[in-house]
Design a protein around this ligand. Structure first.
Ligand SMILES: NC(=O)N[C@@H](CC(=O)O)C(=O)O
Ligand SMILES: [Zn+2]
Ligand SMILES: [Zn+2]
Length: 425
């Protein structure tokens, strides 16, 4: 029978209910099935022995580049890259051309994703018109059009008064704000973390303060307005401290970190390789350690890729002139395992929780669970598979990975969305 699968003999890890056992998982008609209620003859058997069977990964921070820049990425190519990375859902950032600040653009993205998307795509809407930080975007109509959150990612509303109003509306509408924390009068013109290496390399520094000023401003505003604040791509020790203190006070704040900020530091810029240039910039080793601690103690809720594809010709220029951003969908799982599991900061179930169950909960998305009756969005991970990162082999159109040539362990060998196989290695 087609659409009936028996994922046999894997380690079933479901952080939504603390399940962690060797066994068979059944999928029928697009859902996780209860084996007791079904005849077991005609199932297609998929061998999962030696592998982890987990809820599909969910990435809250992806740039799919459509509409406007299909040469960098498309909804089709970006979601295929996501499926290959073990993801069953991605949240799409609104810094497209045009920006996703109107309901018709959201409609276009959803339509396109339904036709061409290999995995689920949840669009976000802009906070401000054209992401210019001057006027409110039509938040109510964006919500009605189906956005799951508001963000000006790639930029940040500088005007605290406007940000207060945005938060009041978002709180009223019951949607979270995903904030790209950057005070541009402080970061302005910087291309890398301000510190020892920026001095040695002679590149314009970007002080940690640029991020921390907005993290603290927004924590105060979230406290005032009752809005739910999610800080994107945290990169500094000071930001981790601010979020930790805010959480202790009971502020509705959550935070993410990218695999590259967990794995790399500003010293990696020694060759002026633009594949290490991203926003926010790679921090110092002390920052990296603070981010790892933040993950360990739950201050940082989850890991998100900030998958930001750019064309090679755009990246192959002087460091100052190259665009910010690196791809991440196809390396996130293995790089996160390298930074967190190999080092025993998290075990596999805890890592899967931060890559699936927690992101689903933060945005109230379906998924993140393997309970019977839930949509069969799942991933089979071979935690021992060794592979070498080759950007030329990516399904993403982006080749701008800082992990080219890395020897990694762990990979998604099968991804299923609503019972349909969307990736098989
Ligand atoms: N992270 C990046 O370096 N770049 C992102 C924008 C962003 O996430 O801020 C992009 O859209 O290219
Ligand atoms: Zn950003
Ligand atoms: Zn981004």
């Amino acid at each position: 029978m087609s659409g009936f699968y028996r994922l046999a003999g894997g380690r079933i890890v479901d952080p939504s209910c603390g399940r962690d056992e060797i066994g068979d998982l059944f999928v029928a008609a697009g859902r996780i099935a209860d084996p007791a209620s079904l005849p077991q003859e005609s199932w297609e058997r998929i061998d999962a022995s030696g592998c982890i069977v987990a809820p599909g990964l969910i990435d809250l921070h992806v740039h799919l580049r459509e509409p406007g820049d299909p040469q960098k990425e498309t909804i089709a190519s970006g979601t295929r890259a996501a499926a290959a990375g073990g993801f069953t859902a991605v949240v799409a950032m609104p810094n497209t051309r045009p920006p996703a600040d109107q309901p018709n653009t959201i409609g276009w993205i959803r339509e396109r994703a339904k036709e061409q998307g290999a995995v689920r795509v949840y669009p976000t809407g802009c906070l401000s018109e054209g992401r210019k930080g001057e006027k409110l975007a039509p938040l109510g109509s964006l919500r009605a059009a189906g956005v799951v959150a508001f963000t000006d990612d790639g930029g940040c509303i500088q005007d605290a008064g406007l940000m207060r109003r945005v938060m009041e509306y978002a709180a009223m509408l019951g949607l979270p704000i995903l904030e790209h924390c950057e005070e541009t009068s402080v970061s302005g013109g910087g291309t890398m973390h301000e510190g020892y290496w920026s001095t040695v390399l002679g590149l314009r520094g970007w002080p940690s303060l640029a991020e921390e000023l907005i993290v603290s401003r927004d924590i105060l505003l979230a406290e005032l307005t009752g809005a739910r604040l999610h800080c994107q791509h945290l990169s500094t020790a000071g930001s981790v401290r601010l979020v930790r203190e805010a959480k202790r006070r009971g502020v509705a704040v959550s935070a993410e970190v990218t695999p590259h900020h967990l794995a790399l530091t500003d010293g990696a810029l020694v060759d002026y390789d633009t594949n290490f240039k991203m926003n926010p910039p790679l921090g110092s080793e002390a920052d990296r350690e603070a981010l790892l601690e933040g993950i360990a103690d739950g201050t940082i809720d989850l890991i998100a890729s900030d998958h930001a594809p750019h064309c090679s010709f755009e990246k192959e220029v002087e460091f100052d002139r190259a665009p910010f951003g690196v791809v991440g969908l196809e390396t996130m799982l293995a790089v996160s395992a390298d930074a967190l599991v190999k080092t025993k900061i998290l075990d596999w179930p805890a890592l899967i929780q931060r890559l699936s169950t927690v992101p689903a909960r933060i945005l109230g998305l379906p998924g993140g669970t393997l309970t019977a009756g839930a949509p069969a969005d799942l991933v089979v991970i071979d935690p021992n598979l060794e592979w070498i990162v080759d950007p030329q082999a990516f399904l993403s159109r982006g080749r701008n990975s800082p992990f080219a040539g890395w020897e990694l362990r762990g990979r998604a060998i099968l991804t299923m969305v609503e019972g349909k196989i969307v990736w098989r290695l």
